[in-house]
Design a protein around this ligand. Structure first.
Ligand code: SAJ
Length: 424
C-alpha cells in the first residue's frame, strides 16, 4: 500500500521522533497532541524533550514542509497512536489516553485507512478495546479499515538510531493489516520487519521489558547478598560474566522510566496467579532505593540533620526523563531519614519534583554538603575531578550508588569512599 499522509497522536518521547522520521522520509505528517502548551512550543521550534539527534531531525522535517503540529486530529491515510499508558495507584493499566485517542480518530476514519497502536498495552487491547471503539465509525476492522499493533522498542538516549535500525514487529488484526503496517514503516525502517497477530505483538513487547526487569532484579539481589558477605559485586559480576552463557546486568538504585518499571505490571494484572516471579522482581527493584538509603545511613553514621549533595534525578544516565525515577525515590528516602537533600539534575535544572529541593548548579549542591551521593551516572558526573570537588565542599563522605567513580582517586583527594557492594 502507498501512504501519503499520516497523523501521529501523542507528541512525547516516541510520537515526536516517529512523526519527524516519517516526515523527513517523504510522508505528509500531522503531529497531534492534546496539550496546547506542547504544540505552541513545537510551533516555535522549541522541543519540550531532550533526545540526542531529535532537534535536527525535527528541524529538517519542519523545513521540508511535511511536518505540521496541531491540537486536532486530521484526516489521513494512516493514524499512529503513541500516547502514554501509565498505571493507576493499584498498578492496573490506565488506558484512558489510548481510548480517547481512538475516539478522536473515529470521525475521520475512512475505508482503506490504517490505524496503528504503538503504546505499550496489556494483551488483547488492540482486538478487545481499540477495534470496538474504531468500529463505532460504522467500518469493520480488518475489512473496511486496517488495524495493527506495533510496539516501539527504542532505547531512550538512542531513539533516533534505533527507530531506523531495530527490528520492528507488526501484529495485525488480520494479515492485510500487518502487511499494510509493514508498507508504512518500510518508509524509514532498515531493520527486519516481522509480521504476526496483534496479541502476539502486544505480548512480545511486555515479555521484552519484563525479562529485562527480572534480570536487573537478580543483579540487585546479588548486590544485596554481596553486601552481606563483604564481596565486591562489581568484581564478582565481571568474573561471572566471563562464562559464555552468563550475562548479569548492573545492580543500581532501582529501575525507573516509563517502560520497564510499568510494563511488567500489565502481565501481573492480566494473570496474577501465573505471574508470581514477575511480581517479585518488581518488588525487589522497587525496594532498591530504600535498601540503598539504609546503606548510606549506616555509612554516614546517621543522617539526621545532615546535608546531602545529591547528584542526578533522571531515571537513567544521560536522559532528561524523570518519570518513575528511582533517584527521586532515593532522595525522598534520605529525607525520610532526616537528611536535607540538595538535588542537582543537569538535564532538568527547572524540573519541579514533588518534595525534593532542587538546586541549579553543582556548586550549590556541594557548598553545604556533609556527604555526596552519586545517584545517576551521567557522563558529566562520571568525569568530575575529585581534586576540584575537594576544594568546593566540606563533605567527607562520598557514596557512589552506581559504580561510576574511581575509589582510589576519590580517596587520594581526601574523601572517605563507599558504594553499593563496593570494596575496590
Ligand atoms: N538499569 C539497571 N541496570 C541495568 C540496566 C538498566 O539498573 O543493567 C535501570 C536503568 O538505570 C533504568 C531502568 O533500569 O532506571 C531502565 O533502563 P533501560 O536502559 O534498561 O531501559 P529503558 O526503560 O530506557 O528502555 C526500555 C528498553 N527495553 C529493553 O531493553 C528490553 C527499550 O528497548 C524499550 O523501547 C523501552 O524500555 C520502552 O519504551 O518500552
Amino acid at each position: 500500500m502507498d501512504f501519503k499522509s499520516l497523523c501521529v497522536i501523542g507528541m512525547g518521547y516516541i510520537g515526536l521522533p516517529t512523526a519527524s522520521m516519517f516526515a523527513s522520509n517523504g510522508i505528509q505528517v500531522t503531529g497531534m497532541d492534546i496539550n496546547a502548551g506542547i504544540i505552541t512550543r513545537l510551533q516555535a521550534g522549541d522541543l519540550h524533550i531532550f533526545e540526542p539527534g531529535l532537534r535536527d531531525q525535527f528541524g529538517d522535517a519542519v523545513k521540508s514542509g511535511r511536518l505540521k503540529v496541531s491540537t486536532k486530529v486530521c484526516p489521513a491515510d494512516a493514524f499512529i497512536i503513541a500516547v502514554p499508558t501509565p498505571f493507576y495507584e493499584d498498578k492496573r493499566a490506565d488506558l484512558r489516553a489510548v481510548v480517547s485517542a481512538a475516539e478522536s480518530i473515529v470521525p475521520h476514519l475512512k475505508p482503506g485507512n490504517l490505524v496503528i497502536l504503538e503504546s505499550t498495552s496489556p494483551p488483547r487491547t488492540t482486538a478487545d478495546i481499540l477495534a470496538p471503539i474504531l468500529e463505532k465509525s460504522g467500518l469493520k476492522a480488518g475489512e473496511d479499515f486496517l488495524l495493527a499493533y506495533s510496539p516501539e522498542r527504542v532505547l531512550p538516549g538512542k531513539i533516533m538510531q534505533e527507530l531506523k535500525e531495530n527490528a520492528r514487529v507488526i501484529g495485525g488484526v488480520n494479515r492485510a493489516s500487518a502487511e499494510a503496517g509493514r508498507d508504512l514503516y518500510r518508509t524509514f525502517v532498515k531493520g527486519d520487519i516481522i509480521l504476526t497477530d496483534a496479541t502476539t505483538a502486544e505480548m512480545v513487547k511486555l515479555m521484552e521489558n519484563t525479562s529485562r526487569d527480572i534480570n536487573i532484579a537478580i543483579a540487585n539481589e546479588f548486590a544485596r547478598l554481596a553486601q552481606q558477605f563483604d564481596v565486591d559485586i562489581w568484581e564478582a559480576i565481571n568474573i561471572a560474566n566471563l562464562h559464555p552463557r552468563v550475562n548479569i546486568l548492573r545492580p543500581g538504585i532501582g529501575v525507573g522510566g516509563h517502560c520497564i518499571s510499568v510494563d511488567p505490571w500489565f502481565l501481573v494484572e492480566a494473570a496474577p496467579e501465573a505471574a508470581q516471579l514477575i511480581r517479585t522482581a518488581r518488588q525487589v527493584n522497587d525496594g532498591q532505593p530504600e535498601f540503598i538509603s539504609e546503606l548510606i545511613r549506616k555509612e554516614a553514621g546517621g543522617l539526621a540533620g545532615k546535608c546531602v549533595a545529591f547528584l542526578g534525578l533522571a531515571f537513567k544516565p544521560n536522559v532528561d526523563d524523570l518519570r518513575e525515577s528511582p533517584a527521586a525515590a532515593l532522595a525522598r528516602n534520605l529525607q525520610g531519614q532526616g537528611a536535607t537533600v540538595h538535588a542537582y539534575e543537569p538535564f532538568r535544572k527547572d524540573a519541579e519534583v514533588a518534595n525534593i529541593q532542587q538546586v541549579a548548579t553543582l556548586d550549590a549542591a556541594l557548598i553545604d554538603a556533609d556527604l555526596i551521593v552519586l545517584a545517576v551516572a551521567h557522563d558529566q558526573f562520571k568525569t568530575l575531578d575529585p581534586i576540584v570537588i575537594r576544594r568546593k565542599t566540606r563533605a567527607e563522605l562520598v557514596f557512589d550508588a552506581v559504580n561510576a567513580w574511581d575509589k582510589t582517586a576519590w580517596e587520594a583527594a581526601g574523601f572517605r569512599f563507599a558504594g553499593l557492594a563496593r570494596k575496590y
